[in-house]
Design a protein. Structure first.
Length: 72
């Protein structure tokens, strides 16, 4: 989840705010952002919803077909 922190910051959320939205601790957010641990697969859609982004964006990927849209 290499883009978790930049997306969180772009939304103006602190780690505490995001943690509250996701019902986890602030230290859990810090661990995810540092790469020390990773969220469970079932938590990833919740993170994307909380940050109003796609799951692909969290991983630094463009969604399928995005390159075609950007080229057009």
């Amino acid at each position: 989840m290499r883009c978790l922190k930049p997306i969180r910051l772009a939304r103006g959320y602190t780690q505490v705010v995001l943690a509250t939205k996701l019902n986890v601790s602030q230290s859990t957010i810090a661990e995810w952002e540092s790469g020390a641990t990773f969220p469970s697969g079932s938590k990833v859609p919740e993170i994307a919803d909380a940050l109003e982004c796609t799951i692909d964006a969290l991983y630094g990927r463009e969604p399928p077909g995005a390159e075609e849209k950007n080229a057009g």
